[in-house]
Design a protein around this ligand. Structure first.
Ligand SMILES: CC(C)(COP(=O)(O)OP(=O)(O)OC[C@H]1O[C@@H](n2cnc3c(N)ncnc32)[C@H](O)[C@@H]1OP(=O)(O)O)[C@@H](O)C(=O)NCCC(=O)NCCS
Length: 157
């Protein structure tokens, strides 16, 4: 498989990032990159924007928030994988799994500060997403956010 690489998204990559699209059936699973880039600007907690590259081509995007006080269901500081997507043209080739492994390895270096856990919220119907997170060791909880997405957690310390 081609080499996949995660790098912080530079300002000049934003235009490419805006072109990343998921399948129509996946649009309820993740916010658009346009929404995410706007949201990052006004975040009250530290945010990391990461590009997922295959060679010189941007094929995906991840947004991580550092939650210094945790969230309901998680005590203490934690990293939240707030967005994770692979462009629809590049899905189903193992790139999502490879990028997700790299993302977790990167978060284990605690790039924004100490933390004991990584968490995310995922739509119940997102079977591909849940498969990815299950393989990566995420445990599903009984906690839901206001969008009815289920909280999943894994320890990193
Ligand atoms: C979730 C997502 C990132 C996965 O990326 P991907 O590159 O397509 O995933 P991979 O090719 O690495 O496949 C990962 C696993 O899902 C399976 N899979 C991938 N696409 C699939 C499909 N359409 N149907 C069924 N299984 C599928 C693969 O077989 C693989 O399973 P395995 O590890 O048991 O072999 C991608 O589908 C996506 O961007 N979805 C929309 C956004 C989203 O839902 N993000 C998560 C929000 S919580």
């Amino acid at each position: 498989m081609d080499r996949i690489c995660l790098r912080p998204l530079r300002r000049r990559d934003h235009r490419l990032c805006l072109r990343l699209k998921v399948r129509n059936t996946q649009r309820t699973f993740v916010h658009s990159t346009r929404f995410s880039l706007e949201e990052a600007k006004t975040s009250t907690v530290p945010v990391l924007l990461l590009g997922i590259w295959r060679g010189r081509r941007l094929i995906g995007f991840a947004m991580v928030r550092y939650q210094p006080c945790g969230v309901p269901g998680i005590s203490g500081p934690a990293y939240e994988i707030a967005r994770f997507l692979i462009d629809r043209r590049y899905q189903g080739r193992g790139y999502g799994a490879a990028a997700f492994r790299q993302l977790l390895a990167f978060l284990r270096t605690l790039p924004l500060g100490p933390a004991g856990a990584v968490f995310l919220f995922c739509n119940q119907k997102n079977t591909v997403g849940w498969n990815l997170y299950g393989v990566a060791g995420f445990r599903q909880t009984r906690i839901f956010n206001t969008l009815h997405e289920r909280l999943a957690v894994t320890c990193i310390s």
